[in-house]
Design a protein. Structure first.
Lengths: 210, 186
């Protein structure tokens, strides 16, 4: 009895020692079959460029779009003999598809760096200001805004990027359809009027080049 | 025998149990903003990851991605009103709010796979897995944005731009200050 207990303890200790020596991580019993998340290293951020801007952002349009891409081709005679796991089953064609949901925002406003001395006319407490026309200043679709809804087959990084860019273009089109630029023009005028009023001007005329 | 099977099924179910999923609802709309963006930093980061932590996956996978991001900062233009402006003839004193970080933008085309090493028994990183790594990089960049000095640059640029604008508007003696967090100016 004592001998068998000693033997069991020895085997357990030996197993732990082997696991330690081979650097094998002992799995958590509760999540034994769950993949451990891949964590990135905390690498430094390097500044590449510093730009001086003067953008008055007045309207943002948040949106959600879907973009997809698929490649369909005829199966070769060899492929027809082996089971197809791509979702096409027994069909004579095979392929791959990728569906991406993209969430982001489009920011519009006026670029005040385009103002020049001719844009401003002042006389006593009167001011006339001509703003450049509103434009899309930023399109933000970050990695956290993308969701891979469906991915079958092997997709290269470049192909995935192309689908994401398609989603981004769709969002810009949608924002333009919503009239983001005309709204940005109106709001820029209103904001500049308020600003000029607080600067002491009482006769204010703000217009855009649009 | 059936009790043993039940016991194993219970253990298996417990092991495969996933944590509560956070459901997020996003309200999407057209929104008015009042941001005067005065500084943009273009930054680079290397995303480095190694997938060798799961005990039952034999072999290693490593990936290196390069990532370029743009950070924009400036001041909230809507908070400027008559109470923050002091005018005496051609002399003007203006108090601006402190600069804040407005956006972090990582374009999809600015994330590139630089190197990938896949073990014989492993599959390559899928689009979803690459995205998850990029999301982590995005969070790291967001957290360390302040330490890059972008807010100070944004305030300096805002001061320069507004001084120039006020000069064009006819003011000769211009003072641009920034609010303390408590409300006083520095």
């Amino acid at each position: 009895m004592k001998k068998s207990l000693f033997r069991t303890l020895f085997i357990v200790l030996l197993t732990f020692l082997v696991l330690l020596l081979l650097n094998i991580k002992i799995p958590d019993i509760k999540n034994i079959f769950r993949s451990r998340p891949v964590v990135i290293d905390n690498t430094p951020i390097l500044i590449k460029e510093i730009r001086e801007l003067a953008q008055l952002c007045t309207i943002t349009s948040a949106g959600e779009v879907v973009a997809d891409s698929s490649v369909i081709r005829l199966k070769s005679p060899v492929e027809a003999l082996i089971p197809d796991l791509s979702g096409f089953g027994q069909l004579p064609v095979s392929g791959k598809n990728l569906v991406i949901i993209g969430r982001g925002k489009v920011i519009a406003g006026v670029d005040l760096q385009k103002l020049n001395t001719q844009s401003v006319y002042v006389k006593d407490d009167s001011i006339s200001l001509t703003l450049p026309k509103a434009e899309i200043l930023d399109i933000i679709m970050n990695p956290s805004g993308f969701e891979i809804f469906s991915e079958t087959g092997d997709w290269s990084s470049e192909a995935v990027t192309a689908v994401k860019m398609k989603a981004r273009d769709k969002m810009v089109v949608r924002s333009l359809q919503q009239g983001i630029l005309s709204k940005a023009n109106l709001r820029s005028i209103m904001l500049m009027e308020n600003f000029l009023y607080s600067l002491g001007f009482r006769q204010i005329s703000v217009q855009t080049n649009a | 025998m059936s009790r043993t099977i039940l016991y194993f099924m219970f253990c298996f179910a417990l092991a495969c149990r996933s944590g509560p999923d956070a459901e997020t609802q996003v309200i999407l709309s057209l929104k008015e903003i009042n941001q005067l963006v005065t500084a943009e930093y273009v930054v680079n980061k290397i995303i480095k990851a190694s997938d060798d932590n799961t005990w039952y996956k034999i072999g290693d996978r490593k990936i290196l991605l390069t990532c370029e991001a743009s950070l924009k900062a400036g001041i909230d233009f809507s908070t400027i009103n008559t109470s923050q402006v002091d005018i005496r003839n051609k002399k003007i004193s203006l108090t601006l709010p402190h600069a804040t970080l407005f956006s972090l933008n990582i374009k999809p085309e600015d994330i590139k796979v630089a190197y990938e090493e896949i073990g014989m028994l492993r599959s390559s990183f899928s689009a979803q897995e690459r995205d998850m790594l990029a999301v982590q990089a995005e969070k790291q960049m967001q957290q360390s944005a302040d330490s890059l000095g972008i807010l100070k640059t944004a305030e300096t640029n805002a001061r320069l731009f507004i001084t120039q604008f006020l000069r064009n508007a006819g003011y000769e003696d211009i003072e641009v200050k920034f609010e303390y967090a408590g409300g006083n100016a520095n």
